[in-house]
Design a protein around this ligand. Structure first.
Ligand code: SF4
Length: 128
């Protein structure tokens, strides 16, 4: 039986969630899936509470909360990440098309869209 602990974990406001699915791929651990048209944390032990999904949600449906839940299972998360890598399609920078194999990507919002920008393009976007 799993023991519980008080820690940070993602909270999904189902009233705000439209089920667009943008938060699924930023979660490297595969903790979020779309079920019946809404994002759900399918296994709480896979959510480390890092919050990489928060920035991509166009509806503000994702927040981090601190509450009692099962502990983060690093071993299970690593197994899922290794499995996902077999079929993973690298994301690309919206500005130059560089993929994440060649430069780190960061989530950004631009023109009403959630997308990715590489660290090479970011300085020019910041400073013009
Ligand atoms: S990005 Fe936001 S609106 Fe879209 S599925 Fe995830 S929680 Fe729902």
């Amino acid at each position: 039986m799993s023991t519980t602990t008080t820690r940070q974990i993602v909270h999904i406001d189902e009233d705000l969630c439209t089920g667009c699915g943008l938060c699924v791929s930023p979660c490297a651990e595969g903790a979020i899936q779309i079920i019946d048209g809404k994002a759900k944390v399918i296994r709480e032990e896979l959510c480390d509470g890092a919050g990489f999904c928060l920035g991509v949600c166009p509806e503000g449906a994702l927040t981090i909360e601190e509450r009692e839940t099962v502990a983060f299972d690093e071993e299970a998360a690593e197994e899922i990440m290794a499995e996902k890598l077999k079929t993973y399609i690298p994301q690309v920078c919206f500005n130059c098309g560089t993929d994440e194999e060649n430069a780190p990507l960061l989530p950004v919002r631009t023109k009403g869209q959630s997308t990715w920008v590489c660290t090479r393009c970011l300085p020019a976007l910041i400073h013009g």
